[in-house]
Design a protein around this ligand. Structure first.
Ligand code: ZN
Ligand code: ZN
Length: 332
């Protein structure tokens, strides 16, 4: 099979030929149809967090079951499936024993501790595999397995309820999904982004309000709308995200999903007097995110690339010139 591999820290991905892997006990061989490219894949490219190279990146994997290892009970040959960030838990650590499998201390990570989906085939543990709803194509499903699930989790765990004003900061790979989820959850959505070019798109995805942040008064404009019950920060711009805290309603919440190196600056009074909670997205069931997407017509806007162009596609994603998620398709 063809696979794209990170070989040396920081070096461009290489296209190689490999044997198709064998599924062991409790494992499934997946014929990959599509794999999304995510910022998280940069960790594999740079061999961060102790990642050992060579490694096949990719944790937004959609495909069909090609072979079953022994002991598989939940899946059948040919079934449409997906694999996200989690590569399976141990079932034995304190987190697992408390029923919190997403926090397993010994869980693998797809495309980091085990080979991921930048390949024609990959092996995954059964507990890491999700069944794909019918109403969604495999290419569209791929970004939902990380970007979709993350924004969905941020809204669900952030307590977004019908009628709430939800502010979405940024309208890129994560933001364009967050707007759709929030609108379809029945929230009133305000989008904050630099410039006016993306206003029409934001509104077509379900935004009721659009705020151009170039003037620097995004917080005041949110306040004028009554204040956001939830501010979901998807842009990798902590400085601007910090400037929006004043636009969150009392006892509201700021959920950060856009990763960046720089820290946030939180005024202490926002926490003490304002009762504002700041958090990451946390986890929800990946099955819930997929089903919600399928039932409510949430669809990522994707740009597809053949597997051989993974290195180019990855660079485009890192430079934020992809509209809006890059997806590798394996083709025939
Ligand atoms: Zn990701
Ligand atoms: Zn565990």
């Amino acid at each position: 099979m063809k696979a794209v591999v990170a070989t040396k820290p920081g070096a461009p991905f290489e296209l190689v030929e490999r044997d198709i892997p064998e599924p062991g006990a409790g494992e499934i061989l997946i014929k990959v149809a599509a794999c999304g490219i995510c910022r998280g894949d940069a960790a594999t490219k740079d061999a961060r967090h102790g990642i050992v190279l060579p490694r096949v990146p990719g944790h937004e994997v959609a495909g069909t079951v090609a072979r079953l290892g022994t002991g598989i009970t939940k899946f059948t040959l040919g079934q449409r499936v997906g694999v996200g960030w989690r590569a399976g838990g141990c079932g034995k650590c304190d987190a697992c024993r408390a029923g919190n499998f997403n926090a397993c201390r010994n869980q693998g990570t797809t495309g980091q501790t085990v080979d991921g989906g930048y390949a024609e085939y990959m092996v995954a543990r059964e507990e890491a595999v999700v069944s794909m709803p019918d109403g969604i194509s495999l290419a569209d499903a791929a970004p939902l397995l990380c970007a979709g699930r993350t924004t969905f989790s941020g809204l669900r765990n952030g307590g977004a309820a019908k009628g709430d004003l939800v502010a979405v900061h940024g309208i890129g790979g994560l933001g364009h999904l967050a707007i759709q989820y929030a609108a379809r959850m029945g929230c009133r959505v305000a989008v904050l982004s630099r410039g006016t070019e993306k206003e029409a798109l934001a509104r077509s995805l379900g935004a009721e309000f659009y705020i151009d942040t170039r003037g620097g008064d995004g917080a005041a404009q949110l306040k004028a709308l009554g204040g956001a019950r939830l501010l979901l920060c998807t842009a990798p711009n902590p400085k601007e995200a910090s400037s929006l805290i004043g636009g969150i309603a009392r006892n509201g919440r700021m959920v950060v999903v856009g990763s960046a190196e720089e820290p946030l600056e939180i005024p202490i009074q926002a926490l003490i007097g304002g009762g504002i909670v700041v958090s990451g997205a946390g986890w929800t069931s990946i099955d819930d995110a997929l089903r919600f997407s399928s039932d409510n017509g949430v669809k990522p806007m994707i740009e597809t690339f053949p597997l051989a162009q993974a290195a180019t596609a990855f660079d485009k994603m890192m430079n934020s010139t992809v509209h809006f998620r890059a997806v590798l398709t394996m083709g025939a």
